[in-house]
Design a protein around this ligand. Structure first.
Ligand code: HEM
Length: 528
């Protein structure tokens, strides 16, 4: 009997020991050996930048956290990195243990795009912001269903051809200006997020949902405090929280902890996300009528209601912070370069963009007249393009992966490699841009001396040296809408107010407003 018990015990012990050894071996292979082999594979290509040393387990996470803590996410960091990348086509980056190959040169980006979607397509890492975006079209492969879902949204919204939204943009921007007090300083960072969120939700749901959109929902902060936040503020907090998941060591090392939300912050953020989704569903069902865009999208029976729900959520997510950060950057760079600000204000005035004209357009049926004039303002167009180059609101595109073994710029990339195009580096490369670190709207104007000098110096303008909206099949569907929105909001702001930014922020290098940046813009407002 005793020997039986000892035998059982010892076999249980051995079994446990084997299990522990198995788990350890698995961890070593997945967390250290595999990432190291990827590092070795790409290190041998002279046109692939790899960090000077391979850091097992933590990858580049420490750098990212350090930059976020020192308020340098992401602008300063990206510019510094871009300097190191001048002569490379790609960069290997580690998101924890996960190697991601980033295309950094225009040539690599172009080859990458040519291979999408046949050989390279969307990859849903189901991590970080991908989790926030749920089962949206932006996470699925570029197949028939994707095309149908994207077409449905674009047809219903007719975002890219419509001027009918400009009165809504004017109206909300004027309401925001009404809140400003002459001579008072105001933090514009949350104000602009509120503005773009209002514009987009009014377009999607109509005024009928104003009360629900302005509802407050419970949001649990990291210190356990529950605060009732506007839906839009909950969304902004959630996007920051889920961005941090990407960098969280537990997401990378012990994925199951985040997948099953076993610990905070995963548990807490999921609870907050559920509250946000519940609040959004209420809005959807209230906006179900045929007069609302959301209602018309929901009445389509080709796709499941849940998929359409997430697609609309994605639109709100994609259309809020991106544009609001673009406006922050625009105001900042215009004041950093006062001659640009003066020239732009003059262009608007010369084209008849006055207070009276804007007020007359606020209630117009179509907004066509205002839009036509705004679209004729070439310098406004160049300023916004330059803002998007020097401080692109988005710093990353979503993940892609190689569906097959492929070759880009003579680099052999095995099937399954996770990839992305990088937005900022190409924006600062000396080989494509004349004086890339200088803010120069004229570089986008084919009639300007600067544009032609760049061309003579062998740096012609080219589609793939600008990446703010991505490229190819998966390019941003809201691009035209966003450009119109930025122009309209900026034109209204510059006509109704002037502003002063404190000397320290203006002279400090590295101030930028990409999503995730800790920089805030709080100027003194002078109403006109
Ligand atoms: C300045 C404003 C904006 C910027 C800089 C921007 C940038 C981007 C970028 C870089 C991507 C990823 C492309 C890729 O993965 O290759 C993207 C995708 C997307 N954007 Fe935008 N965006 C802006 C405004 C908007 C607006 C206003 C909307 C909504 C109308 C929107 C909706 C989307 C959607 C749905 C996707 C996913 C597309 C897909 O996977 O097929 N974006 N955007």
């Amino acid at each position: 009997m005793v020997s039986l018990v000892t035998g059982l015990l010892s076999s249980t012990l051995w079994y446990t020991l084997y299990c522990i050894l198995g788990i350890l071996a698995y961890a070593v292979i997945v967390l250290i050996i595999k990432p190291y082999l990827v590092y070795r594979r790409f290190k041998r290509f002279p046109n692939v930048y790899t960090s000077p040393s391979f850091r097992p387990l933590i990858g580049d996470v420490l750098d990212a956290i350090r930059d976020m803590k020192s308020d340098r996410a992401h602008y300063h960091n990206r510019r510094v990195i871009a300097d190191d990348l001048q002569n490379y086509d790609m960069r290997l980056r580690y998101e924890g243990t996960e190697p991601v190959l980033l295309m950094v040169s225009s040539e690599a980006i172009e080859e990458f795009i040519k291979l999408t979607p046949m050989k390279i397509d969307r990859y849903n890492s189901n991590k970080g912001l991908s989790k926030l975006a749920g089962n949206t079209l932006s996470m699925i492969r570029s197949k028939k269903e994707y095309v149908g879902r994207r077409k449905l949204l674009m047809n219903e919204l007719s975002l890219n051809s419509s001027s009918k939204y400009t009165p809504i943009m004017i109206d909300h921007t004027l309401s925001l200006i009404d809140e400003f007090q002459d001579g008072k300083q105001i933090n514009l960072t949350p104000k602009f997020a509120e503005l773009t969120h209002r514009i987009f939700t009014t377009i999607l749901f109509g005024k009928v949902c104003d009360d629900l959109v302005n509802d407050k929902i419970p949001y649990e902060h990291p210190d356990g405090r529950i605060e009732y936040l506007h839906i839009r503020d909950a969304l902004l907090n959630l996007s920051k929280a889920y961005y941090m998941h990407l960098l969280h060591p537990l997401t990378n090392m012990f994925r199951f902890v985040s997948d099953y939300k076993l610990l905070n912050p995963f548990k807490r953020d999921h609870k907050n996300l559920t509250n946000y989704e519940d609040a959004m569903r209420k809005i959807f069902y209230k906006a179900k009528g045929p007069d609302s865009i959301c209602g018309r999208i929901l009445s389509n029976t080709d796709f499941s209601e849940n998929d359409k729900f997430f697609d609309i959520m994605m639109l709100i997510f994609g259309g809020t912070e991106t544009s609001s950060h673009g406006i922050l950057s625009s105001l900042y760079f215009l004041k950093k370069h006062p001659e640009t600000h003066t020239k732009l204000v003059k262009e608007l005035q010369d084209n008849g963009v006055t207070k009276e004209f804007i007020l007359s357009q606020k209630d117009s049926e179509s907004g066509r007249k205002f839009l036509d004039i705004i679209q004729d303002c070439d310098y406004l167009n160049c300023c916004i393009k330059e803002v998007l180059r020097i401080d692109s609101p988005t710093v990353e595109v979503f993940h892609y992966s190689a569906l097959d073994d492929i070759t880009i710029r003579d680099v052999q990339i095995p099937k399954g490699t996770i990839m992305r195009t990088e937005i900022h580096s190409v924006h600062y490369m000396e080989k494509y841009w004349k004086d890339p670190s200088v803010f120069k709207p004229e570089r986008h104007n084919p009639d300007s001396d600067f544009f032609n000098q760049s061309k003579t110096e062998g740096k012609p303008y080219n589609h793939f040296i600008k990446g703010s909206f991505g490229h190819g099949t998966r390019t941003c569907p809201g691009q035209t809408f966003a450009m119109i929105e930025l122009k309209v909001i900026l034109a209204v702001l510059l006509t109704f107010m002037d502003y002063e930014i404190d000397e320290e922020s203006i002279t400090q290098e590295g101030v930028g407003f990409a999503i995730g940046s800790a920089c805030i813009l709080a100027p003194k407002i002078m109403l006109k």
